[in-house]
Design a protein around this ligand. Structure first.
Ligand code: R5P
Length: 291
């Protein structure tokens, strides 16, 4: 197997290759004056299984096109098999028709990757993993929740309480609580489909005097965590922390979280950022080993 670190996940791809003790295939990429991308492989992939590591965080559309072009180049240079390793799979939140007339964006993206030549896909904490069964190729979802929880465990978090901001994140929180050996619970979040505004139903939770750690797949605008943190402080939590797999942190998200009293934000290198304190490399390397 060879690893091809795409322009969006260069460091992560190299870390994975190092853990696997395998060669990387360099790729040259540039942008034409009109904004179009160009890619060229600078190593051989002939007869190889190639794992293309490319996350698709902002700017999502550009990252997706780069991925499709790289996969096409790998395919036409006679690779045996192409595995797309896409830690953050863009458009996964639009996984059904919520309002009449909408697209199911993630299904369109999967068809695009299939047409480019992807044989199988590995992603991490996709918003709703059931959607992967609708992909035209085999797709696997990994969970980084134990790694994120491990970060807190190493810091000897006592009196922790793991919390999901909505029922969708409950599996993540159960995995995290198992590592931390702590209690867990979930909040009931609602998002207005037209305004995007988030509200959380008040409920009793045994967080009084505890350090609450909110686990979620994505922090985008920070709206979800801010509302959850406010409620947790209201319920008596002494400190609130936020852990996420994909720290998109759009605009002033980080500032909003700090202003809401979030003590620390912990993310992974799914999206390289200042809060990417946990690497996905061991998780992905293990998944590739098991293929
Ligand atoms: C949605 O349900 C996701 O799990 C996240 O909670 C959401 O994407 C976070 O977005 P934001 O940070 O904008 O509230």
């Amino acid at each position: 197997m060879k690893i091809l670190p795409g322009p969006a996940s260069k460091e992560l791809g190299e870390k994975i290759a190092k853990l696997l003790g395998t060669e990387t295939v360099p790729v040259f990429s540039k942008v034409f004056p009109d904004g179009e991308f160009y890619v060229r492989l600078e190593g051989s992939v002939e007869g190889e299984t190639v794992a293309v590591v490319q996350t698709t965080g902002p700017p999502q559309d550009q990252r997706l096109i780069q991925l499709a072009l790289i996969v096409d180049a790998v395919r036409r240079n006679n690779a045996r098999r192409v595995i797309a390793v896409v830690p953050y799979l863009a458009y996964a939140r639009q996984d059904k028709v919520f309002l009449k007339g909408e697209a199911v964006s993630i299904e369109a993206i999967a068809r695009m990757l299939d047409a480019a030549g992807v044989d199988s896909l590995i992603t991490v904490n996709i918003h709703e993993k059931n959607v992967l069964t609708k992909f035209p190729f085999p797709a696997k979802n990994l969970s980084a929740a134990p790694l994120l929880a491990g970060y807190f465990k190493q810091r000897e978090f006592r009196d922790a309480f793991a919390i999901a901001p909505d029922k969708g994140a409950i599996e993540m929180v159960q995995e995290a609580a198992a590592v931390l050996g702590c209690e867990y619970g979930y909040l009931e979040k609602q998002r207005d489909r037209y305004t995007g505004l988030v509200s959380i139903k008040k409920k009793e939770l045994d967080v009084k005097g505890k350090k609450a750690i909110i686990f979620d797949d994505i922090i985008s605008t920070g709206g979800t965590i801010v509302v959850a943190a406010n409620l947790l402080y209201e319920l008596g939590a002494i400190e609130v922390y936020a852990a996420c797999v994909h720290p998109l942190l759009i605009g002033e998200a980080e500032k909003r979280l700090r202003e809401a009293g979030v003590k620390e934000i912990v993310g992974t290198d799914s999206i390289p950022s200042l809060v990417s304190k946990v690497s996905l490399a061991p998780l992905i390397a293990q998944a590739l080993r098991e293929l």
